[in-house]
Design a protein around this ligand. Structure first.
Ligand SMILES: [Zn+2]
Length: 464
């Protein structure tokens, strides 16, 4: 568990010291890990303030708050733990049909247990006993935290309800203290998940890096080269008035899109029923050949294209309830008959799109500033749900932005947490009817930190 491992760290908030202990030390002490206590290290890197930059577009509708909204947890470093367990392929292959495919797990405590289980199975040399039986025997003899044991058994049995996918690289993308799209967003989400006990209902995974081939399904080759070349060695480089890169942004963006692809693999392969990707930078404004609106790669589009191309699905739907229209997703899929996009967004508002491109497959529903639950739910019931019924998607993707919340001052819609619970339930109903319950949700916006934390937990509550 990424975050459980971090609980071993003596974290201190801004202005104090941070003591991140080594991975080896953590391994030695992993048996003492406890589930309680949230801790999420924000690796602040050497991001510099964008002070003096003219910030327009998505930002110009909100008054940037001078005070840091973040709980920055100082300076630190985490080893890249994204290596996929993929050793001893031959013995595993030799083990035959009774051996579950465990290669998809990133390195974490559950993965450590799976390593041990694999060793036990391989050296034991017998395939007649169920893996789950050995798994239960294994955890009985270990002193892992109960939650880790439970999740271990769930993974072995392929009974994961909701996978939660993130990566510490997503915390390193930081383009300045006042920018609302800050690392503190992920911190706020994680802290709320821990505080509410939601973590007991999730299985955590670390996101792999997306491949160039996966990105190239939805982005122009020239654009991918441009982004790679734009990555600064130090400082901040602006891609547009709202969107910038620091030295860690490229890795974060690759993890964000990689999380969405990985989530799609987990869900389609039946290893998890659904998945939520807690990642940044967000994605739904990223067009085929242009970064904008805080977005670099269009994570949800990369995932939807992966479902279509890798698994041969014929129809997928993207539901987008971020307060801003997902112009990038529309740009990418407007001519693709296999994709339905359903969105609700404030209009007129950034980025100004969503009206001209409306069609049977582009179900864009604009809401006037000041609209709230009643208008939002009516739009979903009158337009989204009939469109889903006609289209019958085989898989559902959610651009899960929470900036339409009434407490979020980046926009002027007034949704509440129960609206996010409700719409997630509606989408789950669609997925249950047509898509074998397959849902991949990817974080987009949401900038009021307390409201973001509450809203994501509510969304997860409906998913899990
Ligand atoms: Zn947004």
């Amino acid at each position: 568990m990424l975050f459980h491992r971090l609980q071993q760290c003596a974290l201190a908030f801004r202005g104090r010291t941070v003591d991140l202990i080594s991975e080896n030390h953590l391994r030695k002490n992993r048996s003492r890990m406890k589930a309680e206590g949230a801790g999420l290290a924000v690796v602040n890197g050497n991001a510099e303030n964008v002070g003096g930059q003219q910030v327009t577009g998505e930002l110009n509708t909100m008054k940037l708050q001078a005070q840091c909204r973040c709980q920055r947890v100082g300076q630190g470093g985490l080893a890249d733990a994204g290596n996929i367990l993929d050793q001893q392929m031959s013995p595993r292959q030799q083990a035959g049909h009774c051996q579950p495919d465990l290669t998809f797990l990133a390195k974490n405590d559950v993965a450590d247990l799976l390593d041990d289980l694999r060793d036990l199975r391989i050296h034991g040399g017998h395939c007649s006993v169920e893996w789950a039986s050995d798994a239960e025997a294994l955890v009985r003899h270990r002193q892992y935290d109960t939650l880790i044991c439970t999740q271990f058994i769930q993974v072995v049995q392929n009974h994961v309800s909701t996978a939660y996918i993130t990566h510490p690289d997503c915390l390193r993308h930081d383009i300045g203290g006042d920018h609302p799209e800050s690392p503190a967003r992920l911190t706020a989400i994680e802290q709320k998940i821990q505080a509410t006990g939601m973590n007991a209902r999730l299985v955590y995974f670390e996101a792999p890096l997306v491949s160039i081939e996966q990105l190239a399904r939805v982005h122009d080759a020239d654009y991918l080269v441009t982004i790679e070349r734009s990555a600064p060695q130090s400082g901040i480089r602006m891609l547009d008035p709202d969107t910038a890169m620091n030295p860690y942004t490229l890795a974060a963006a690759r993890r964000a899109a990689g999380a969405a692809v990985f989530a799609t693999d987990l869900v389609i392969q039946g290893k998890a029923q659904n998945a939520f990707c807690a990642v940044r930078p967000p994605g739904h404004h990223a067009m085929r050949g242009r970064a904008m609106g805080f977005c670099v790669f269009n994570n949800v589009a990369v995932a939807a294209a992966h479902a279509l191309e890798q698994y041969g699905l014929q129809r997928v739907a993207v539901a987008d309830f971020d307060v801003h229209h997902g112009n990038g997703t529309e740009d990418i899929f407007q001519h693709d008959e296999r994709v339905l996009m359903a969105s609700v967004f404030q209009h007129p508002f950034y980025p100004g799109s969503g009206i001209e491109g409306r069609s049977e497959r582009m179900v864009n529903i604009p809401l006037a500033a000041g609209s709230g639950s009643i208008q939002f739910r009516a739009a979903v019931e009158q337009y989204w749900l009939p469109a889903f019924e006609r289209f019958q998607p085989e898989m559902l993707f959610i651009s899960a932005g929470f900036d339409a919340h009434g407490d979020d001052d980046i926009a002027q819609l007034h949704l509440r947490e129960d609206d996010y619970f409700w719409v997630t339930q509606q989408l789950k109903g669609v997925a249950d009817r047509y898509a074998k319950s397959r849902i991949v949700a990817v974080l987009e916006g949401g900038y009021d930190l307390p409201a973001l934390g509450r809203s994501v937990v509510t969304h997860l509550d409906a998913l899990a």
